[in-house]
Design a protein around this ligand. Sequence first.
Ligand code: FAD
Ligand code: DHB
Length: 396
Amino acid sequence: MKHIRTQVGIIGAGPAGLTLAHWLKQQGISSVIIEHRSREYVEARVRAGLLEQNTVDILERLGLADRLKKEGKLHHGVYLSFDGERIRVPFGELTGGRNITIYGQQEVVKDLTNAWLAAGETLLFEAPATQIVDFEGDAPTIHFTHEGEEGIISCDFVAACDGFHGLGRKSMPKDSFKEFSVTYPYAWLGILANVAPSSEELIYAYHERGFALHSLRSDTVSRLYIQVDLDEKEENWPDERIWDELSIRLGTPGWELKRGPIFEKSFTPMRSYFIDNMQSGRLFLVGDAAHIVPPTGGKGLNLAVADVKHLVDGLVAFYGKGDQTVLDKYSETALKRIWRAQDFSNFMTTLFHKSDTHGSFTYQLQKAKFDYIKISKAYATTLAENYVGLPFEQFS
Ligand code: FAD
Ligand code: DHB
């Protein structure tokens, strides 16, 4: 039986768990991370790419952004396209110079994992948490398995950074939260392709055939997404069909989509989900463990990092001054940003996806919004400030 003692036991080595561990270490608070999957699996899992300014600033302050600063792509604007008409929202200009960076989530995970292990800290892979015990008292434990052995982490606090399917949320008392959930009647097919991006900035597009998004990872790798039916199968989407659809949906006069070999394909159902309480006793839920947004607008990872900030604030006040009031308000504080992100992600999703017939009432509302972004600086600024992420000083 392995027995580990630490101040904060962290379940999950995704962006939330890793950022939390590093930040606590910087504040002199010890933690240990256990991760269900193998290192190879976690580092190869392709997901997000859009990092808000807040997220980049945090990683920079923690000394974890050297590669991100070199290889990440800074963006000052975004293209929006509707029925083939493309406009640019210059979010840098509209938000006093705030911006976003495109850098793959799995690169963030690699950088943070390397730095944590290089510092001699503990992160056990293939070590699933099986039970979280006694978190209503002040000496909780996390039970896990690793290399065929049972293990226990004794800690002061448990941070469940274990994603949507993790153990953390399931361990919360059933009557301690309300659930909110929306499932959208479509999914994304996301691809990575070895081809130079066809646009320097991202393009979000509504088309009568459905949504499409052009993003990128580097000068030689493009990341693209396309709206598909919920029950779509990979075999229905050979490479040529994907490129044909993307070309049509993203198309605008005088522009051409470059094609190249596709080396990754994955499907993501669109869903909004959250619970209205993210803590019980000394158990705290962080990131996707407590909330999911549809990916349109790129908020999920950024919300996870914002949760981390609020939890660190609470733990620093607790250990530094014996003040528990900040921790007690963790959920309340985090939920303000979560509601905002839920609204923004829903706005971006419903603005650009096809959910009703072309020309229907729903379509006309979508078009009215797009046309208003074109002429109203106020409306464009609303989109821009949510897209780059609201500063913690103004909104937390
Ligand atoms: P996760 O990354 O899910 O990490 C949780 C970890 O916990 C996992 O490694 C899991 O293996 C581990 N775990 C689970 N159960 C256990 C257990 N019992 N014991 C131990 N470990 C456990 N967000 C953005 O901000 N910007 C974007 O551009 C963006 N694009 C996206 C595109 C797509 C296609 C998708 C699918 C998502 C996108 N997101 C985006 C969302 C983003 O990827 C997630 O919000 C982010 O991964 C959340 O991080 P997390 O650390 O909370 O959870
Ligand atoms: C990416 C993903 C998103 O969901 C988004 O809105 C923008 C970019 C990406 O993976 O690059």
